[in-house]
Write a protein that binds this ligand. Sequence first.
Ligand SMILES: *[C@@H]1O[C@H](CO)[C@@H](O)[C@H](O)[C@H]1NC(C)=O
Length: 308
Amino acid sequence: MKNLSVLASLLGLAAASSAVNVPGTNLEARQDPDDLLIFVCNDGLDEICTNMCYGAFCAGIGSSLQYDQPDSATKRNRRKAAGCIASGGNRCSTKKGHASGFQCDEYPFASSVPTGGSNTRLNRCVPADQNRKQGGLISAFYRSSYCMGNNGGKCQFNVEFSNAGNIMYCDQQNCDADDDNEVIGPGGTANDGDSADDGTDDDPDAGQKKRTTKKRTGLGKRLPGAPVYRTSSGLELDLPRGAQIGQRAFVVLPRNATLWDEQAQFGNPNRMRALDEDEDEEDEDYEYMLANLELREDTIVEEITPGV
Ligand SMILES: *[C@@H]1O[C@H](CO)[C@@H](O)[C@H](O)[C@H]1NC(C)=O
């Protein structure tokens, strides 16, 4: 938000931004609109969006994150805390009886901390290609001039979800759904060398609390029509929680969607061996995807359709 007023006056939008759009009264108005990293969820990202929305809106983690440039040990500890590292493979592994082709997706990202103070880290088993797409999107965003030049590269942002109308939790509803695939991590840190250290490995869910936090308080139900905004590059995005004119809105889009699907399906072509179960796709080099990903460092320029 710090940059917003500067940005707004630079753009001569000070007057416009003072007439802040107020989304539907039943929606939680964004208190401190930070720069947005927008996931276009219907672009084959439904499962990772489901997980991010659950973490952000149902588990009390919130949508405001900071990329804090963690070293690999820190990221490993976070993956452990999220429940994605377990002896003999995490719960999404075929070694633990899960269907093949899935990976353990964490929220918040192992590369980030939530700025709202929550210590919760959780996981969902998602199709591997979606997890790789998410890795590519985040990786492209972290390399943006905004992120690199912000607070020594430790940029802060809000994850936001457009085109997520059919995606569970993104409408801030159904947080009480009986969803065994949302698992709150055990917390704690990973041991050196790992693995078995907590005795819970035979039953991936044992000792892990599920949905002990339900943070829908005051959010109410989503109104039928989310407001739609136009960004500076001409994208038209529905942002259910509202946005402000002049707010930055980063969107990463594939240049060739077919190629992106292939890249996500097969993973890093330069990797000489398969990932071990405890390794993190987020540590993978996403260079192979980046040339095919276009980062739009947009701003919100217009509200096209108000929330109703
Ligand atoms: C997009 O990628 C696919 C798959 O690699 C390729 O066959 C196709 O020619 C590409 N399309 C364009 C317009 O480059």
